[in-house]
Design a protein around this ligand. Structure first.
Ligand SMILES: [Zn+2]
Length: 506
């Protein structure tokens, strides 16, 4: 046989072998295909899968209506039966009834659940957008005193989904800080405004915010029985907070809230970053958008004093004219110095969108993706949502709920939902790791290549997924909040994957 023919035959055999390995190699064969799973199997799978953490969770919207109503009964609140909103006592007046009494009326009870969630599309002829944002006002009577109860509820729910990190959005001393801004007034010189707010008494508001955090956490630990012999699973969830500021109040008030946020992040390690909330399409938010970005960039020194995750590009033509879809995300990234973007669904509409997408992929600016929220508020479907494009362009993403209680979902649901948007298991696994690698937790991470996860930090090579870290890796894990949470996640992930790999071999 001529040498060339032998070579050719060997090349053919080799390619066949490579092909066989690619098709049926051990890792490939065991990788679950979520798109062909039955719905039940997919739900069970995503529920059990460790999802790392949640980076976009407004705990004010994180509570199901039934739980809120339970607290409302304990607190003696009322329902306004004309607006289907909760109200403070006394329950006097034509339309006010005690919550307990209203709940006894089956039809009224069901209407109240509809009113306090988005479960009934088109309820009272409202759009999903209006129904969603309106709920916050209708549950406002369940006041900040229930902050610890809310926190405990969200922690416990995450723990039951094999997920142990939460970056919760909370508004600390929102009215007190806004009042300082209103007192000082808007100045064209941001340095001067900052100095005057400082002089007006910001330090006392920082102290009050820290005290409020202590109270909230103590209540959450009490609810979860954390300091008893039988702590609830939720006690194992590590919590950090993002300072929510409001974009629909006068800009000097927003500025003071942001200034409080930076001071709080510097004073208290539980507070790790800033956020801006309220509808981005509100006229005040649209009108002041650029000013807000300049304020964040100025106060945080573009993220160097405190990192920011910003809702940006949560817009469609239904809610804003085209000019507002062209540059909100680029301003958040380039002017404010945001390290993460909430929603970002208008990214394809931005001027030079491909350039911006490449810049975000390169700089590792993550998009917090909230699929159900986008479906309800902005009417997105898997066919027109840019999720797959984010992945194609290499922009890091992490799935989150936004407001699980209002939307009546959980984090696992979002992972399950992502399959309809084209995500495979590798995408979900990356989303979970991103939730820790792109968190604002302090310290060095466990990975040299966040977003890729091929190269562990040198000290931890060959150890990822083991039960206990050794040597330099043990030192990293014990000294870094981020590495500690990542280590825990990798151990859970290894255990989870061993489970389905074991099943697939049988
Ligand atoms: Zn949000």
């Amino acid at each position: 046989m001529p040498g060339g023919a032998i070579m050719e035959r060997w090349t053919l055999r080799l390619s066949a072998l490579v092909l066989a390995l690619v098709m049926t190699g051990p890792a490939q064969a065991a990788e679950p295909d979520l798109s062909t799973m039955s719905a039940g199997a997919r739900v069970a799978f995503t529920k059990a899968m460790p999802k790392g953490g949640e980076l976009h969770n407004h705990i004010s919207g994180g509570i199901f209506a039934e739980t809120l109503l339970g607290w409302a009964v304990e607190d003696g609140l009322c329902v306004d039966v004309s607006t289907l909103a909760l109200a403070r006592p006394p329950c006097e007046g034509q339309n006010l009834r005690p919550v307990a009494e209203a709940m006894a009326d089956e039809v009224l009870y069901s209407d109240i659940l509809d009113s306090l969630s988005t479960r009934q599309p088109g309820f009272l002829d409202r759009s999903g957008h209006d129904q969603f944002f309106g709920v916050f006002g209708r549950i406002g009577a369940v006041g900040p005193a229930r902050g610890g109860d809310r926190l405990a509820t969200v922690m416990e729910d995450l723990a039951h989904q094999n997920t142990f990190y939460l970056e919760a959005m909370v508004t600390p001393q929102g009215a007190a800080s806004a009042a300082l801004g209103l007192k000082v007034g808007l100045k064209s010189d941001l340095s001067q405004m900052k100095a005057e707010i400082e002089a007006a008494g910001l330090a006392a508001v920082v102290d009050a915010a820290i005290a409020q955090t202590d109270v909230m956490e103590a209540r959450a630990r009490e609810v979860l029985a954390c300091d008893t012999p039988n702590p609830r699973p939720g006690c194992q969830v590590t919590v950090r907070y993002l300072v929510q500021t409001t974009r629909i109040i006068p800009p000097e008030a927003t500025f003071a809230q942001l200034q409080l946020g930076v001071a709080l992040v510097q004073a208290d390690r539980r507070w790790v970053g800033l956020q801006m909330v309220a509808p981005e399409d509100h006229p005040t938010a649209l009108g002041n958008y650029r000013l807000h970005m300049e304020m964040v960039g100025f106060l945080t020194k573009q993220g160097h004093l405190a990192p920011a995750a910003l809702h940006a590009g949560e817009l469609t033509f239904d809610y804003a004219p085209p000019e507002h879809l062209r540059d909100h995300i680029s301003q958040a990234v380039r002017i404010a110095g945001a390290r993460r973007i909430g929603h970002g669904v208008a990214l394809p509409h931005e001027t030079d969108a491909e350039v911006l997408a490449a810049e975000m992929a390169q700089a590792g600016i993550l998009i917090e993706v909230n699929l159900s929220s986008n479906e309800v508020i902005l009417k997105f479907t898997p066919e027109d949502h840019p999720f797959a494009w984010f992945l194609e362009r290499g922009i890091p993403v992490s799935l989150s709920t936004d407001d699980s209680g209002l939307l009546r979902i959980d984090l696992s649901h979002e992972y399950e939902r992502a399959v309809a948007y084209g995500a495979d298991y590798a995408d979900l696994k990356r989303s979970a790791r991103n939730a820790l690698a792109f968190s604002f937790l302090a310290g060095e991470g466990l990975w040299s290549d966040p977003g890729q996860y091929r190269r562990p930090a040198p000290a931890c090579r060959g150890q990822i997924g083991a039960s206990e870290p050794r040597g330099g890796c043990a030192a990293l894990v014990s000294s870094s909040d981020k590495a500690r949470e990542q280590w825990r996640h990798e151990a859970l992930l290894a255990n989870f994957e061993a489970g389905f790999r074991g099943r697939s071999r049988r």
